[in-house]
Design a protein around this ligand. Structure first.
Ligand SMILES: NC(=O)C1=CN([C@@H]2O[C@H](COP(=O)(O)OP(=O)(O)OC[C@H]3O[C@@H](n4cnc5c(N)ncnc54)[C@H](O)[C@@H]3O)[C@@H](O)[C@H]2O)C=CC1
Ligand SMILES: O=C1[C@@H](O)[C@H](O)[C@@H](O)[C@H](O)[C@H]1O
Length: 339
């Protein structure tokens, strides 16, 4: 089925990401409009919908999905609410862009996989937006072309300025490292088979109880080793870098962004404050590609399988944080729908 008219989207969750996606659908991309917004906090939903012609406001996600003109769903509520919203969208057979994580744990992710398989076709694109970032796309192309021979290792860095109150060690894996988990699997086209976490003495800037920074080590089915420095209270800016080491060369992205200046006895570029600025174009491209695919009658991008695999690695990662041991990742056999 192809949709020729403007795609009506119900946005579920109108917090930081949801409100930004409403703006994106409304003001940045073409071919879609926000037809309904739902948030448990009605005022937040109303604020996001304010000024959008014909956009209805809800506190119940299922009601938003049933609103007039809705033909697709963008889920931007917190991870624990994703399963219920996904199942409600499946009841209406609506295509979904679901912010990461698909769900917070492998058991609930498997329930979503089973439900999508019952529909018999893919409905979900998971919001692993780094796959839509221009630099990551270039790196992916280089590795796929074998520009440096076989890829042997990846070195990731993921640094945030600071964490919000209540940020936990588990969230360092589920919220932050989940992106390195996804891009590792995607860049290498390889499954992660084990996780180890090394925890140096915490930075003085780390809130009580948070082991920040941490070094995460993945091994893959294809014999690659991948390390990630996670430093979520680095204080100086938002930095995401990735270096691929191949048999005959290396490629690195993420170091230099923006205008290079010489002034006041210094040279260099600035550092962006957060992921919204660093990945703005990737979020735009992600949503644009989602809308274009739906209008062609297709679903593409990171699938429920990718969301499940990431959840399984996260679960192993949280156990590895607690034990300091090498924890294997258990995956079910990949269903035919996702091969
Ligand atoms: N791709 C990326 O780089 C990022 C993705 N995220 C993801 O986006 C999602 C939302 O995160 P934020 O916007 O930062 O959170 P937020 O806390 O700013 O907003 C979440 C909103 O959802 C509402 N909500 C809670 N339960 C709900 C339910 N059952 N139904 C409808 N609305 C509900 C809350 O009232 C709140 O307004 C999460 O899955 C998060 O992991 C967040 C930050 C960056
Ligand atoms: O998804 C995200 C946040 O939830 C997370 O807390 C950040 O560390 C990530 O960089 C960002 O992309």
């Amino acid at each position: 089925m192809t949709l020729l008219g403007t795609l009506g989207v119900a946005v579920i969750g109108a917090g930081r990401m949801g409100a930004d996606h409403v703006r994106r659908i409304n003001d940045v991309i073409s071919g879609a409009r926000v037809a309904a917004v739902a948030d448990l906090d009605e005022g937040r939903a109303a604020a996001a919908a304010d000024g959008i012609e014909g956009c209805t406001v809800h506190t119940d996600p299922a009601a938003a999905m049933a609103a007039p003109g809705v033909a697709a769903v963008l889920i931007a509520s917190p991870g624990p609410a994703h399963e219920a919203a996904l199942l409600a969208a499946f009841e209406r057979d609506l295509p979904v862009l679901c912010e990461k994580p698909l769900t917070p744990d492998p058991a609930s992710a498997l329930r979503v996989l089973a439900a999508e398989q019952r529909l018999g076709h893919r409905r979900v694109q998971v919001g692993f937006m780094r796959r839509y970032d221009a630099d990551y796309l270039k790196l992916k192309r280089l590795l796929a072309e074998g520009a440096f021979g076989r890829t042997l290792m990846l070195h990731h860095k993921h640094r945030n300025v600071s964490t919000p109150p209540g940020f936990t060690n588990a969230m360092m894996i589920h919220d932050s490292a989940v992106h390195e988990i996804d891009v590792t699997r995607w860049l290498l086209d390889d499954e992660i088979t084990s996780v180890r976490v090394l925890r140096p003495a915490p930075s003085g800037a780390a809130p009580g109880g948070l082991g920040d920074p941490q070094l995460i080590l993945f091994e893959t089915a294809g014999g690659r080793v991948v390390d990630t420095e996670l430093f979520v209270n680095c204080g100086f800016g938002y930095q995401v870098t990735c270096e691929a080491v191949g048999e005959r060369g290396t490629a690195r992205i993420g170091d230099e962004r923006g205008v290079f200046t010489n002034a006041d006895g210094r040279w260099g570029t600035g550092i962006v404050p957060g992921f919204v600025e660093r990945f703005e174009e990737a979020y735009d491209r992600q949503v644009r590609r989602w809308v274009e695919a739906i209008r062609r009658g297709e679903v593409e991008g990171p699938s429920c399988w990718d969301g499940y695999a990431a959840a399984a690695v996260c679960e192993a990662g949280v156990r590895a944080q607690a034990t300091g041991e090498r924890v294997p990742v258990d995956l079910v056999e990949r269903p035919a729908l996702y091969r």
